[in-house]
Design a protein around this ligand. Structure first.
Ligand code: K7E
Ligand code: CUA
Length: 690
């Protein structure tokens, strides 16, 4: 019997209440092979007592502890809020495995700091004429893993930028961002990113109404000139890119649209988007108007937008669109006439809309309503067919009769926001004001909970102010149950004080087996930008590369780079100097590059390594360049040598024992001193093997 298991056995004994006093040992217990930290007994039972752990603490520790080298069962992809990035977290260990640079520069990943093969550099160049300045951050809210038949397929990840109306595409073969698209006619979003069941489209719907096409209109013309927009970005899976020319958008009234979710199975072909501010409040507290928070909360009902995107696709194909900046737009009157857009009344200031695994039910959380409201897609389709309307909105959008489409309301507590599902017939809703997670039973579902339909089953307190929650594959056609993570906005007193800016608290909850109640397993301080939503995928669905497929790989195009080179060389054409450099443990080639001030420099670096984890870096003092060149990768940096001097370039990754020697000299002579510039690719470096 190996020692670890004997220790575990002892801990399990302790958990069962057999707490043994210091000095005595239960039979079968052995002393741990490594000395315990000072002051802590070396045996498990002694540790349990010394650290004053309850049996619940011990089982929680056993449920989350990951022995060295063992992998997590699940990966959670969490947005990074206004850090602009994405995080990858292992479950159940809650270890942060990676940050993925998406919208913000990250020097460790060589992203946005001089390397040309990057989605950020590409977007900045493309948007130079569209946006007044280069954006170097985002407010990432909702990640969406690509889906095949409504299930995560582990291929791509999309993330919306609420602040600037953008989306990013991440390829999960190398966990790098491949594309950033900017909505050409709208400058913000919130219902993004959500995917249709086969990732035909990535949905980006707006939040704050503004005039379309980034025009100006005075706020007094709000109702006439301001609009919302639901954009359906076509995803070209083979290319791994969103294609603007195959995308379309549907114009919406100037309510503030909120989250969205795509229908699936029973509701495939529909997209559901919440709204608030159907009052069309325009603020102006300084002019005696009610503030937004009151003005946008006066009515008892707002509208769930029900969009038939398959019908919209046909209308677009028939050419009934206006094209603005390359985006085909179905106007609001056309959307109404063609039966693309219907409204469903929904209780006060809704936030989350979540479609159940079978696609039959749509769950709404109303921030100012203690219920979740559940609509049935069959009833919605019937009401549309029968024109069972309770009226039309001021723009002529038909409003379906609430009682005709509502299946149930379940009172669960204060501030319901977002809902996820498991494989036992339960739904889980975050309660922001209650700071808790409610577990309640679904009705008319493939799985039926023993409590019967539409019942609040239990609530688990969380710390504190929960926003989203994520259950394992809990927004797919095939949820796993097992784990749920509460993404709490505030942590208040949970961690030591590190100043006034506090981490968020991500709490791991065991939701299996359901009969035994939800159990809190782990508090994870998130000392990085604020995650909003997260998705949890089975780890074995991700098929990532260990190294790039070929030496000389361009990760932006996911193909061999035309700039790849297996040997170092320098060429001059006019005043452009082009360098092909190789990197392998523990040297660059060339090791000297000499030129004159004013020369344009194009510097390609190929990492020749085929060894996993043998990443090299590259930087030059003062030139704002930080490259990460992963095994097989080729990167390019380009700049004008506008500062004369001597610049040691070196490898940024501690790649080998002789990492400090992995360096070279970049010599920028004054123009006059060089005359006809002399180039020196170092011949001193004879080493060719790795
Ligand atoms: Cu509730 Cu942007 Cu999804 Cu944050 S949103 S919580
Ligand atoms: Cu290569 Cu350090």
């Amino acid at each position: 019997m190996n020692t670890r298991w004997m220790v575990v056995g002892a801990v399990a004994l302790a958990a069962a209440g057999v707490l043994i006093g210091r000095g005595s040992k239960p039979s079968g217990t052995v002393t741990a092979p490594v000395a315990a930290p000072a002051g802590l007994p070396a045996d498990a039972a002694g540790m349990v007592q010394a650290r004053q752990l309850s049996p619940q603490d011990v089982t929680a520790a056993l449920a989350t502890y990951m022995p060295t080298g063992r992998y997590d069962d699940y990966l959670m992809f969490a947005s990074g809020g206004h850090s602009g990035q994405m995080y990858v977290i292992g479950l159940p260990s809650m270890r942060v495995l990676r940050v993925i640079a998406a919208f913000s520069p990250d020097s460790w990943q060589g992203y946005g700091v001089g390397v040309k093969e990057s989605a950020l550099a590409e977007a900045q160049a493309r948007d130079a004429g569209l946006r007044p300045r280069s954006l170097t951050w985002a407010d990432t809210h909702h990640p969406a893993l690509s889906e095949t038949q409504g299930d995560y397929d582990g291929q791509y990840l999309f993330i919306g930028d609420k602040a600037n109306g953008r989306l990013a595409v991440i390829d999960l073969r190398d966990f790098e961002t491949k594309q950033i698209v900017t909505n050409p006619i709208f400058n913000n979003n919130h219902g993004a990113a959500f995917v249709t069941p086969d990732t035909e489209y990535v949905i980006e719907s707006s939040q704050f109404a503004v005039p379309l096409d980034n025009r100006y209109a005075p706020i007094t013309e709000y109702q006439q000139a301001y609009r919302g927009l639901a954009t359906f970005w076509k995803f070209d899976r083979a290319a791994g890119r969103l294609a603007l020319d195959q995308s379309f958008a549907v114009e919406l009234p100037p309510y503030w649209q909120d989250l969205s979710d795509a229908g699936k199975l029973a509701s495939d072909g529909f997209v559901f988007i919440n709204s608030l501010n159907t009052e069309m409040a325009t603020g102006g507290i300084e002019e005696g108007n009610p503030p937004f928070e009151a003005g946008a909360s006066e009515r008892d009902m707002d509208y769930l937008h029900v969009i038939n995107w398959k019908k919209a696709e046909q209308v677009v194909a028939a050419g009934k669109v206006t094209t603005m900046k390359g985006l085909r737009v179905v106007s609001l009157p056309t959307a109404i006439d063609e039966g693309i857009l219907h409204f469903v009344p929904e209780p006060k200031s809704p936030h989350g809309v979540d479609v159940c695994p079978e696609g039959s039910h749509i769950v709404i959380g109303g921030k100012l309503d203690p219920h979740v409201t559940i609509f049935n897609i069959r009833l919605i389709q019937q009401a549309i067919a029968n024109q069972d309307y309770e009226g039309k909105d001021p723009y002529g959008v038909p409003i379906l009769r609430f009682d005709a489409v509502k299946e149930a309301q379940v009172e669960i507590g204060l501030g319901p926001l977002h809902t996820q599902f498991d494989n036992q017939g339960y739904a889980y809703t975050s309660l922001f004001l209650d700071s808790s997670v409610a577990r309640w039973s679904m009705g008319d579902c493939k799985y039926q909970a023993p409590e019967g339909p539409w019942k609040l089953v239990e609530k688990l307190p969380v710390s504190y102010n929960i926003g989203h929650l994520a259950a394992a594959e809990g927004d797919t056609v095939n949820p796993d149950g097992r784990y749920l993570v509460a993404l709490n906005k505030w942590s208040v007193d949970r961690f030591p004080s590190l100043g006034p800016l506090l981490p968020q608290n991500l709490q791991l909850v065991d939701i299996q087996p359901p009969g035994e109640g939800m159990r809190l397993l782990y508090d994870m301080p998130m000392g990085l930008g604020e995650p909003h939503y997260a998705q949890i995928i089975k780890a074995d669905k991700i098929k990532a590369w260990d190294v790039y497929p070929e030496v000389g790989w361009d990760p932006l195009t996911q193909a061999k780079s035309p700039h790849a080179s297996y040997e170092g060389k320098v060429e001059r054409a006019g005043n452009t100097v082009e360098i092909w450099m190789t990197a392998i443990r523990s040297h660059f080639e060339p090791e000297r590059v000499s030129l004159a001030k004013g020369d344009r420099v194009i510097w390609h670096i190929t990492n020749l390594e085929r060894t996993r984890d043998a990443t090299h870096g590259f930087t030059i003092p003062g030139y704002n360049v930080a490259a990460s060149i992963e095994p097989g990768e080729t990167v390019t940096v380009e700049f004008v040598a506008d500062q004369e001097g001597v610049y040691p370039y070196y490898c940024l990754e501690f790649c080998s024992a002789l990492h400090l020697e992995m360096a070279g000299y970049f010599l920028v002579a004054p123009p006059s001193a060089v005359g006809a510039p002399k180039l020196a690719a170092s011949a001193a470096d004879e080493t060719t093997s790795g």
